[in-house]
Design a protein around this ligand. Sequence first.
Ligand code: GLN
Length: 210
Amino acid sequence: MVRKKPASVAVLALQGDFEAHRRALARMGIASFEARKPAEIDEAAGVIIPGGESTTLWKFFELAPWEEALARFAASGRPMLGTCAGAIVLAREVTNPAQKALGLLDVSIERNGYGRQADSFIGAVDAPSLGGQIPAVFIRAPRIRAVGPRVNVLATREGEPVLVRQGNVVAATFHPELTPDERVHRLAFENVAAESPAEVSRRSDEAMKR
Ligand code: GLN
């Protein structure tokens, strides 16, 4: 009997806070692995592009065929989540300053949109379709300035979009992996089969020993 490979989400581990995303997934019973080469995401059940620094992330994207791999992945319909810098690189347009992006999410996004006074803060965002307010950590966060017709706004802060979805692509301008609230990860990966968290951590331990 051929044993089916268990579903596992690829967390891009080029730069940024990928470990916190892996812990968030593990708490939900979703296995993950760290992807450092584009081909590694081909078989993944989902992809996370974590926060960090979008310019640095983009430099890594230019060293290997990441653009192609991520576009292929998005087109396959499997779930993708980008947070903060990850949301920036998914966008159609980036401003302040302008830089290249993947164009997989029809939004215009402004880097470091909260300026100097409040460049990092913890707050709550309004997410009525997800059951109410979600605690949110903003770290030199971008601001979504325009959304296309196929983009659903799922959470707002002072009326502005901070969590959006376009089909299988979800993006947050904040860091849902830094709070125990799992709703954003659940929303993005609702179709990825969960196992018991104990089974997921047993398998990650095994993978570490290899
Ligand atoms: N300020 C960063 C950028 O512009 C994003 C910050 C983050 O990911 N926490 O890329």
